[in-house]
Design a binder for this molecule. Structure first.
Ligand SMILES: Nc1nc(=O)c2ncn([C@@H]3O[C@@H]4COP(=O)(O)O[C@H]5[C@@H](O)[C@H](n6cnc7c(N)ncnc76)O[C@@H]5COP(=O)(O)O[C@@H]3[C@@H]4O)c2[nH]1
Lengths: 185, 185
């Protein structure tokens, strides 16, 4: 099952590596961005977006004009499988609510969904658009289960599913993110 | 099948993105390393190492003292799934033959094998050490098949399997790489 392997890969070769460094990266970022940052006591978690239709944007502001890219966290460099100093980084976004109040957060899509999306359009890959949603749900449930049992990742992430029924709302993404940020307080 | 999905992921979300840029990266590298580079008319391909036991080193020189890290190719930065300017890079290694002659090449392990290795040690992941070799072979065959049908990747890579029967030879890796480099001439 493709989604099962992609969820384990996402955990073992990415989240397991990067989440333990996240709090320090955010602290270093806030120290160098004091003049412009409105982070306050904001979230120290990585918000991982899981759109159920696997339709992923490369820039969050393309999805919702209430979201803007702020800056990247400092890079983490790790020697991996022969690549010297492979770079792992996360992007910080500013998300505005309907009153114009801005909150900052570290946010990205679950990258393996790009693979699921593209595989569903490659005839040689062996599954089509109708199975894709099932695979996305399997990816989400498997990842959720792995992360709940992971001591290194506990409290360092939030999985946010995005249901495509709301796609006509141009501010669906920002509202969803803000709702999850507020839940943490 | 885990290996099938990891091979597609490796192609769709990595090789398909980076191999078309490789020749330009190598040209830029040779321009800035003229004083020290012995590349000559060396390989313009990415050498992808596939150890059949999935046992991967993070630094090739740890495997064989006839190999040393030279430098990294210039970075490629691509906006991916909400991560702004995600960095893709490859490492250049110097490989010495038994007469001391040195050749340079761009070389790395097939990173998804790290996931296969780790999954085989996680009871929740659902496969053990005995199935791992089968999964590595499936990964190799699937990847080979995908790459042979890929116009963007044609002639830009070489898949090198490493059989663990030769592990007692301290220069097995350098000899294998050199043999593949010589085959290209
Ligand atoms: N958001 C995000 N930022 C990252 O830096 C990152 N690095 C990995 N991942 C995701 O974690 C999982 C495990 O990664 P792995 O390295 O084993 O496989 C990777 C790896 O074998 C190869 N690859 C991708 N980027 C690189 C890279 N920069 N250098 C070498 N190999 C790479 O192609 C596979 C698929 O990559 P993605 O489909 O982008 O998502 C990966 C994957 O789902 C990332 N996700």
């Amino acid at each position: 099952n493709v989604a099962h392997g992609l969820a384990w890969s996402f955990y073992l070769s990415y989240l397991h590596l990067v989440l333990p460094h996240l709090e320090n990266s955010i602290a270093a970022f806030r120290a160098t961005h004091q003049a412009s940052s409105t982070w306050g006591c904001g979230s120290k978690k990585l918000l991982i977006l899981v759109p159920l239709n696997a339709n992923i944007s490369h820039k969050l502001e393309d999805e919702d004009s209430n979201i803007s890219f702020y800056d990247n966290l400092p890079n983490t460099e790790i020697d991996r499988a022969g690549v010297r100093g492979r770079v792992y980084k996360h992007s910080v976004y500013r998300v505005k609510d309907e009153q114009g109040k801005v909150r900052e957060c570290v946010c990205e899509y679950a990258t393996p969904l790009l693979t699921l999306y593209k595989m569903s359009h490659e005839s040689r890959a062996g599954f089509g658009e109708s199975e894709r949603r099932q695979q996305v749900l399997l990816f989400f449930r498997t990842l959720q289960d792995i992360l709940e049992h992971s001591l290194e990742c506990r409290n360092r992430y939030k999985l946010i599913t995005l249901n495509d029924e709301h796609e006509e709302d141009p501010h669906f993404l920002s509202k969803t993110i803000l709702r999850h940020l507020q839940q943490q307080e």
